[in-house]
Design a protein around this ligand. Structure first.
Ligand SMILES: Nc1ncnc2c1ncn2[C@@H]1O[C@H](COP(=O)(O)OP(=O)(O)OP(=O)(O)O)[C@@H](O)[C@H]1O
Ligand SMILES: [Mg+2]
Length: 476
């Protein structure tokens, strides 16, 4: 009686459940503990395309989803199998957070509908009044739209990321290009600054050579004008001296003859006249005056010669191949006296090829620089270093001293003719301007580096081969 009652109750419950599920919009089916479908609601029919009467009473629920028989979540629940141990579910299922013992799963089913569907399953155990497992209920929701939207979103997101990556790369490239452009600009700027400095150096040299040119012309003119009169003054002077010598010996003869004069009046007049002209004084003073004048004339001749050298109107040297080191060494010998009490000379010669030059003039440059170096050294013993070297097609020599150095305000003037800081009689101020002209004639350059109180280095750089347009002597 009681079992009959139970069956009736179950049947009533089953019918009620059937009605409930049919009216329910969520696709749902139920299986009993033998995996037999007991319910397959209208929404299920609609969603999966399998009719209730085809399914209920069978174990074919798999075929609504798959092409081959396999367990669904509801089957696992009925068999009490943990989905974690089943390779079909391991990576897809999760335990439901709402219903105890229920699982959820989401998957794509390509065979459902025309283009397949994304379904979300929830399967839960069904228990009898005594808690015993009597089946399982599985509901499914079509989440295709959500997944499609999600996919679209993901794609959009991916696109966005791609675009961002692309833009970032583009930006990085832009930055790199800008940096390299800036680098290029900086390099150009440095080049430009160097060029500018070179230009201003060249300009200074031009100004210098311009000054030299006009001073040279002036010097050549003055030298020419003075040279002739000095020439005949000098030769007349020699004649004058021999005339005076004759006159004095004539006077001596007259003086000796004085005693023979019988007329006392004549003798007295001669004596008075002799005293009046201070003949004895004249006799000693005239040779002194003559000597001094001669020295003066010799000095004037020297100055004229220097001026001529400076303008090089009469230099008749030959261009020859020569070793700079030999020239410097012989010059060092000549100025040895000037240097040996003041400084030690250190030679550091690098191997250099012969150069085509006017060796005597180059020696003159070396001499001016060496004498200047010696002059710059004060009371304590100094050191003069002479170096040679090559620089591409150029050959150079340098002379360094550890002397007084050159005041910055004077640096721009040392090559000016007649610029000197030396006391009167010690320097004419022509040494460096002369040297400058000589170096320029060789198409070389002369550079100076100096630190006040520390010392000075002059460096003369000359091209190895004579410049092609330097074919004939040209005064400055
Ligand atoms: N090595 C040096 N150290 C310090 N000052 C120097 C040096 N060389 C040249 N000078 C300065 O440059 C000036 C000009 O030199 P420059 O050789 O043209 O003339 P100078 O030596 O004064 O006279 P000169 O050479 O005609 O006898 C010098 O008076 C000196 O002030
Ligand atoms: Mg000098």
């Amino acid at each position: 009686m009681s079992s009959f009652h139970d069956e009736r109750t179950f049947e009533r419950t089953a019918i009620a459940l059937s009605e409930l599920l049919d009216g329910h919009p969520v696709a749902t089916f139920v299986i009993d503990s033998d995996h037999v479908i007991t319910h397959w609601n209208k929404a299920c029919e609609h969603l999966l395309g399998w009719a209730t009467h085809e399914m209920v009473g069978t174990r074919q629920h798999w075929q609504a989803f798959y092409t081959k028989p396999r367990a669904l979540l509801a089957d696992l629940i009925v068999d009490n199998i943990d989905p974690a141990t089943d390779r079909n579910f391991r990576d897809k299922y999760k335990a439901s957070s709402l219903i105890d013992g229920a699982y959820e799963e989401e998957d794509f089913f390509p065979n459902i509908g025309a283009a397949g569907h994304w379904l979300q399953f929830t399967a839960a155990p069904l228990r009898g009044r005594d808690g015993q497992l009597v089946g399982a209920i599985q509901s499914l929701r079509d989440v295709t739209e959500r997944r499609v939207a999600e996919n679209a979103l993901r794609r959009a997101h991916d696109n966005l990321e791609h675009t961002v990556r692309q833009r970032t790369a583009q930006l990085a490239e832009d930055i790199r290009q800008r940096q390299s452009a800036e680098e290029e600009l900086r390099r150009r700027n440095i080049e430009l600054t160097e060029l500018n400095e070179q230009l201003s150096r060249t300009q200074q040299q031009l100004v210098q050579s311009d000054k030299l040119a006009s001073i040279g012309q002036l010097a050549a003119g003055v030298a020419h004008e003075i040279n002739n009169p000095i020439g005949y003054i000098f030769s007349n002077f020699g004649t004058l001296q021999s005339y005076l010598d004759s006159l004095f010996s004539m006077l001596d003869a007259y003086q000796q003859a004085e005693v023979a004069i019988v007329d006392p009046a004549v003798a007295a007049r001669l004596r008075a006249l002799r005293e009046q002209v201070e003949l004895e004084f004249l006799r000693t003073d005239i040779p002194t005056l003559m000597q001094e004048s001669k020295e003066g004339i010799v000095r004037v001749r020297h100055i004229v010669q220097d001026l001529k050298d400076f303008s090089r109107v009469d230099s008749q040297q030959e261009w020859v191949w020569a070793d700079l080191r030999q020239g410097i060494d012989s010059t060092l010998n000549i100025v040895a006296n000037e240097i040996k009490y003041k400084a030690d000379v250190v030679r550091e010669y690098a191997d250099i090829p012969d150069i085509e030059c006017l060796p005597l003039q180059i020696n003159q440059v070396a001499m001016n620089l060496l004498v200047n170096a010696a002059h710059a050294i004060g009371n304590s013993r100094g050191r003069i270093e002479v170096r040679t070297g090559c620089d591409g097609d150029d050959v150079w020599f340098s002379i360094s001293d550890d002397g007084s150095g050159i005041a910055p305000e004077n640096l721009g003037r040392i090559f000016d003719p007649f610029f000197t800081t030396k006391e009167v009689g010690k320097g004419t101020g022509l040494g460096l301007s002369l040297s400058y002209g000589i170096v320029q004639k060789h198409h070389g350059r002369i550079e100076v580096e100096s630190a006040l109180g520390k010392g000075t280095t002059f460096r003369v750089t000359l091209p190895r081969v004579r410049p092609p347009n330097e074919q004939k002597e040209t005064p400055l």
